[in-house]
Design a protein around this ligand. Sequence first.
Ligand SMILES: Nc1ncnc2c1ncn2[C@@H]1O[C@H](COP(=O)(O)OP(=O)(O)O)[C@@H](O)[C@H]1O
Ligand SMILES: [Mg+2]
Length: 354
Amino acid sequence: MKQNNAEMKDGNIVEVEDLYVRFSRDEGILKPINGFSFNIPAGSSIGVVGESGCGKTMTAYSLLRILPRGGQITHGSMRLRRKNGEVVDLAQLDADGEKMRHIRGGDVAMIFQEPMTAFSPVHTLYDQIAEVLEIHSDLSDQDIRKRVVELFDLVGIPDPESRVDAYAFEFSGGMRQRAMIAMALASEPALLIADEPTTALDVTVQAQVLRLIKKMQRKFNIALMLITHDLGVIAHMVDYVYVMYMGEVVEAAPVAELFKNPLHPYTRDLLNSVPKMTGPKQELAHIKGSVPSSAALPPGCMFHPRCTRRVGEVCWTGEPALVEMNKNHYVRCFIHSPETSGMSRHAEETEYDA
Ligand SMILES: Nc1ncnc2c1ncn2[C@@H]1O[C@H](COP(=O)(O)OP(=O)(O)O)[C@@H](O)[C@H]1O
Ligand SMILES: [Mg+2]
């Protein structure tokens, strides 16, 4: 194993560098993450955006070390600055070890897309949130009760004293998502990962839940990683956006810059498929084709089979490098730079023991 290189830039709470994830399946090797890199400055918010199947959830699962069976981090590092100041490389920790158990839910909390699957159907919400506090705090039983009620109140669940004893199925979708936010906040995490937190909700409730997440992020100065397939969701939610395609960054920019000046054809296609809130109803543009299987990564630029703005042969023979075009605005596309990446994204490096 590689030595743990636990140096971090001041101000960052997460630094993911050149992450690769592989799955061994009977059908072959799946390659959901292919050199993904991103940083999260403490207290700031980033968006990770891409279509379904681009590797967003696998990135979150990698950070929490909860990849489905057969999934393996084969390359890269994921440095985290813990609440106690310790810097760890999550990629090097034992996924089932004590340290990872404390980080999961303690330093890093996650809000899942479907709260019905995150909550146990046979325990009350109180029991489940109290359990988090039993593991990650040293509050007495009495104080735990007070704290859970306080958390319910904080996330806007009416009548918190009695509602804490309800079961998840007794709540509406929006209330359930509020309860999950309460559970995520229980341990006062330094990083909150929200994976499509509002996809299952109707539009009005969606806006309320997003506002709540933003409010909590600001109030507790938590770093937020908001994962979504919908660029429309992130405009008022995050400072910086990573556009992800087939497990790598194709464009990254401050949020206003990305909307004003999208450079990658994929980002432009994503923007064109965001419904406009004003003006006449129009047909949404859809991106040609669908995300290919990660069992067969396209050669060259991975977006080239679907791209409508190819510049020539280089698009399928060369692997474009991620290049800074404007301040903090990066793009990986031959339209903007002829530079190729030094290493092959399709390399089968394995630095980690199976
Ligand atoms: N349970 C799984 N087992 C193995 N591979 C998976 C599993 N779930 C997803 N994958 C692989 O990871 C890729 C990315 O999936 P995912 O991270 O869930 O995408 P997203 O969250 O962006 O929709 C999929 O295209 C598939 O190849
Ligand atoms: Mg997902």
